[in-house]
Structures are given as C-alpha cells and as structure tokens.
Design a protein around this ligand. Structure first.
Ligand code: WTA
Length: 635
C-alpha cells in the first residue's frame, strides 16, 4: 500500500498508527516511492534529543532541485510551475513552465558560480515576491549554496544583523519593489545594511521597478545581462542528506534572531508529503499560498512542497487591498485557484470589508482552504467557511513553525472532520505531548498544557546557525527528551488539538513572530527613554498588537508629546521594520518588578488587555504602588 495519499479518516488512523509504531519503515517507504536519489540512505534515522542531534536518511545523495524541477521535465515540461501574478492587475500574469523554470534556475545557478559562490557558501536573498525570488532560491540549492532569504519588509539594521550572523558572501536584491500603490527602495536598504557587512563581496540586482539606483563599482551588478549570457544547463551538485539547504531567521523571546538551519533530504520528503495530503493536490490543480517566500510558509509551501509534487504554484507580488479589497478573490477567479492558503489576519481584514467585495467573484474553483501562522478565532473561521468556501471547502487550520519546517497538526481535508479553531490531529509521523508545569506529560484528553513533540520528524531544524547551545537551551531543555514548541495547547475529548498561543515572550502580530526584547532594545535607544516593557494585547484584525510601557529619563510635562511616540516608532522601524511598530505607548513612572528586579509582564499584559479583574498577588512586588498608577493611566 502506498502511504503517500491519504483519502479517508480510517486511512489516516491506519497511516498514523504505522508512522508511530514503525517510524523508520514508514518514512523509508515515503522516501523510496516518491523521490529521485543518486544514492539511497544507509540509515533512515539516528537521534538523540539530549545532544540534541537528529539525522534522517544518512548516507543518501540527492539534489532537491532535481526533485522539484528536472524530474517533471519528462512528463510535465510544459505545465506551469510558477504562475506569477504581478502587483498591478493590468500587468499580464506570467506562466513559467517547468521547462522554463529549469532553464532560468540553471542560468541563475551558473551566474552564482561565475561570481565565485560554491557549495556551503551562504547567500542572502532580499527580494520582493517576483519570480526571481523563487529562482534565486532554487539556484542556490542547485549548486549547494545555503540560502538565507530575508523578508523584504525588514529594515537595513535587521538585514545587516542577519547577513553578518551567517556570514553571507553575496546579496541578491532588486532595484525596488511594488507594494500596492507604493514603491520601496530595496537597493537603498541593502546599501545601508552593507555599510555594516564586511563579509559581502558581491550584490546581484534584479531590475523590477526601473528606478534610478546607485550601483557600487566592483560590488554591484545587474543580473539580467549576466543571465542572458549564462549557460542553460547546470549540473546539480550532489548533496548529502544532512547538508544544510537553508537558514531562515525567526525571532526568539530574547536576543538575536535565531538562524534555523534546515537540511536537505528530510526537509524535502516532509514538505512534499505534507503538501500532497494537507492540500489534496491533484494533477491540474492551481494552488495558491498568499505568504511571502521570506517566511517559512513560503519556503515550504510556495516553493519546495508544491514543486516537489509537480504542482502549479501561484506567486503574488502585491497586497490584499490593492487596487481594492477584492484582489484575492479576483485572483482566485482569474486563475481558477483550487487550494487557497492564507493567514487569519488576512481573513479578518477582508471580512471587515463586507460581502459585496466577495460576491462579485466566482469562487467555485476552490476545494480546500488553509489557515496558518496564528490561532484562527471562531468568527474568522466561520466567515471563511461560509463566504469563501460556501461550506463546501474544508478549512485546514495548519499548526507549525519555522523550526518544524513543515505542517505538524492539521486536518486532512475530506478525511478529518473539522472543528472551528482546532488544528485537529497530528500529521503522520508527529507525536505531540502536552506537559504540565512540573514537567509531567498529561496523557488524558480534555487537558491543557505546553505543547511538545516526543519523536523526531524529517523536516525539523537541526540547529541554530553558529549556536548549537542556544538550540539546545531553547528547544530541548524545558522538558527532558522532548522538543518544546513554545506554544500552549489543549486536547479535547476526541484528541483534537487547539493551539492557545505562545507561552513565552514571542508575540504574534499579523502572523509575524516578534520577540519583545529586540523591540525594547530599539525603544531604549531613544535618548529620552530610560526603560521600557512591551507586551501584546488582543487586536481585532492583527490578532495581537503591541503595547509599550515607557519610562522617560526626564518626566517633565513638556516631554510627553505625540512626537515622542512617533520618534519611538521611527526607531523601531529603522531597527526592525514597520511590522514591529507599537500601537499604543503609555508613558509611566515605573514598571512593576519582582524583588529580583524582573519586570512582571503578566501584570502589564493584563492591564494592556483591559483584563484587570484578576491581577493576582501584587503585594510581593518591589513596587506594588506603580500598578494602580499604570491602571489609572491605561490607554
Ligand atoms: C503560531 C509559521 C495557532 C504558533 C508557520 C507557532 C499557530 C508560531 C498556527 C510559528 C495555527 C502557527 N494555529 N497558532 N494554525 N500556525 N501558529 O515560525 O504560535 O512564523 O509557534 O511559522 O505561529 O510561527 P512561524
């Protein structure tokens, strides 16, 4: 029996049981049946969560781009691989066939080689959602270079931090980007970042908006002329199963962003297998994930997962509100999208615009609707189900993380009965555990706890770039022999999981993970700021928004003015990016602290959320009097 395609609930349980009882046989079958290997593995899995060390398909040799591109050439050369929908709806969509994708990836790979990029080198990709983003990513994988894609909404400082952390020798960017009615000067941001990045010796620039930009001689080059002269063939580098494929940064609750390292074979097998089952992709379907390739969702479910299945994957350059709030539905109708995968934030923002903008469009092509990135609230779930899926398209609420590489807890459409706000059941191969605060596993149903995973899965991140100790401390130290996700979850009476949110200081704003510490560091850079604490509070559209409590150095009346709020947000924009701006800033004389000097964020969170009925015992605080003062002045 092939395990590859699950179609009924019984089949799910059967496959799931096998994946737990005989994980090695299970994954070996999947890997054997559906991929091309230069050489098969000597060992399916070796692991030790204490070190931690995990290896899948050790000894195997492969190239992921051969699996994502070359092997489809015999059967599907003229099928659209990437369907590019530009920001401007008047501009024609571009259908890139598998054959054309092959050529363009090979040419790009040859340009990288000419520029001296070799296997193992890190290349930073800072591009908007244009085809070159996917192509450059695949070109790196073609030659064994490790790509580090940085979301093009990050600021120069955030970009420089990421470039330096992984010692990238090249940056691939564009002159600028289109975002709705605006253009953004990406090259200017790169130039500013590179003032701080001695490791970078070349910059390849894609022409997109035809802006007048500065090209630094000896460092910067337009890529199009180089591509035109490059050979259309590029032998794929033969990679080991555990060779790093990419680094992708994610925010931690403290400190620098973490460069999660994903390796080749396990990542390929898992993203391809989950894509096939979670979206029930069938030959001829058009699949669209609205994420940006700068995030893990785009890596796994715009590029690698879909292409490994020979799918047609839509790449959208623009924003849901341009030229109006009907844009998503316009694209669904225009390209007859069958599977649509987006974030709750987008659903809430679109729901707010009313049904007129939806009803204009024919959405009958839709078969499966996905949700990712943050908990989906009941209202948004029903709006999506009723008005977009017309109660015919199952909603797959997929829970996973940058660190997990692929979808972990999710319904399988048409097999798993859905339940609003529940991510439902673990995907085959995934063994979740809920833990209590004492570190005991809660084995019954109808419990709430901290979500851990007990057994390795093929696409888990293997380390944090340059800091294995931090990887161990962050994910493998809270609970013995388990991977700790940082999320809380509950399990209902039938074993369905509902993710309740982060239990650490990571705040998810519009689906983007933000650590409070780096934002506080940015705020504290303002010369008037003495100290600050940032917490999340519920927001109708963004899920969470940021609330800053700020102590000023000189609390003279004249100092507290709106300009100060603007200046603080300006600093945040420069250090991190506009996504981390504070919605509310309360100036305060003090922050509640424990006797050991730790800020009591729990209290601040409650006050910001207008939930002060049960603040808990504040008498043990160093300065209990500030609590009332903060409550009296809450915004
Ligand atoms: C949250 C995104 C509830 C969660 C793929 C996780 C979710 C973090 C869901 C990872 C979901 C993601 N329901 N919460 N379906 N999906 N999350 O690394 O808190 O950007 O830990 O990966 O998003 O975010 P990341």
């Amino acid at each position: 029996m092939s395990n590859y395609h699950i179609k009924h609930l019984e089949e799910y349980y059967q496959v799931y049981r096998k994946s737990v009882r005989e994980p090695e046989n299970f994954w070996e079958e999947v890997a054997e049946e559906h991929f091309l290997w230069y050489k098969k593995w000597d060992n399916v899995l070796s692991w030790d969560f204490k070190k931690p060390e995990v290896k899948w398909f050790e000894g195997a040799k492969l190239n992921i781009t051969v699996n994502c591109i070359d092997r489809h050439l015999t059967t599907n050369a003229d099928k659209t691989a990437i369907l590019f929908e530009p920001n401007n709806p008047e501009e024609a969509a571009e259908h890139i066939t598998y054959k054309q994708l092959h050529k363009r990836v090979c040419q790009f790979a040859n340009v990288l080689k000419d520029k001296g990029v070799a296997k193992g080198d890190r290349v930073c990709i800072y591009l908007p959602m244009i085809p070159e983003l996917a192509i450059a990513t695949l070109a790196c994988a073609r030659i064994g270079a490790v790509h580090s894609v940085v979301f093009a909404g990050f600021s120069a400082t955030a970009l420089a931090t990421r470039i330096n952390d992984s010692d990238c020798k090249m940056v691939i960017t564009s002159d600028g980007s289109y975002r709705g009615a605006k253009t953004i000067d990406l090259k200017g941001i790169v130039d500013e970042a590179l003032n701080e990045c001695p490791c970078v010796d070349s910059v390849l620039v894609v022409k997109r908006i035809n802006s007048d930009i500065n090209m630094k001689a000896g460092r910067d080059e337009w890529v199009q002329p180089l591509l035109e002269n490059a050979s259309k063939d590029c032998n794929p580098e033969v990679m080991d199963a555990e060779d790093p494929l990419f680094i992708l940064y994610t925010s931690g609750s403290t400190g620098m962003p973490k460069g999660m390292v994903h390796t080749t074979a396990g990542y390929m097998v898992y993203t391809a297998y989950t894509f096939k089952n979670v979206f029930q992709y069938k030959e001829g379907d058009v699949y669209w994930c609205t994420a940006d390739i700068g995030w893990i969702t785009g890596h796994s479910y715009i590029v690698y997962g879909p292409l490994a299945n020979g799918a047609t994957t839509v790449m959208f350059e623009g924003v849901p509100s341009y030229p109006d709030f009907g844009r998503f539905w316009d694209i669904v109708e225009k390209h007859k999208v069958n599977q649509f995968y987006t974030a709750p934030t987008a659903i809430r923002a679109l729901a707010k615009e009313g049904l007129e903008v939806v009803e204009k469009y024919n959405l009958s092509s839709l078969k499966v609707l996905g949700s990712v990135g943050e908990p989906i609230n009941e209202e948004a779930w029903h709006w999506y189900n009723d008005n977009i899926g017309k109660k015919q398209s199952p909603i797959v609420d997929t829970w996973w993380q940058t660190e997990t590489g692929g979808i972990m807890i999710t319904p399988i459409p048409f097999a798993t009965p859905t339940k609003p706000t529940y991510a439902t059941l673990p995907f085959p191969g995934i063994q979740p555990a809920l833990m209590d605060e004492e570190g005991q596993e809660l084995t019954k149903n109808q419990v709430t706890g901290r979500l851990c995973i007990k057994f390795p899965w093929p696409s888990m991140a293997r380390t944090i770039w340059g800091n294995h100790q931090r990887y161990k401390d962050t994910y493998f130290s809270a609970f013995e022999n388990k991977y700790f996700t940082g999320d809380g979850a509950l399990r209902d009476e039938v074993g369905y999981y509902r993710i309740t949110g982060r239990v650490d200081d990571v705040i998810i704003v519009s689906g983007h993970n933000l650590g409070t510490a780096p934002i506080e560091d940015a705020v504290n850079e303002h010369p008037a700021v003495a100290e600050s604490a940032i917490v999340g509070f519920p927001h109708d559209i963004k899920g969470n928004a940021l609330y800053g409590y700020v102590i000023l150095k000189d609390v003279g009346e004249g100092r507290v003015h709106d300009n100060l709020r603007k200046e603080i947000n300006q600093i945040i924009t420069e250090h991190i990016g506009p996504i981390a701006k504070l919605d509310k800033i309360q100036f305060t004389k003090g922050l509640p602290k424990t006797r050991s000097g730790k800020i009591m964020r729990r209290i601040l969170r409650k006050i910001a959320s207008n939930d002060t009925s049960n603040l808990g015992d504040t008498s043990t605080l160093l300065n209990p009097e500030v609590v009332q003062d903060i409550m009296d002045n809450v915004l």
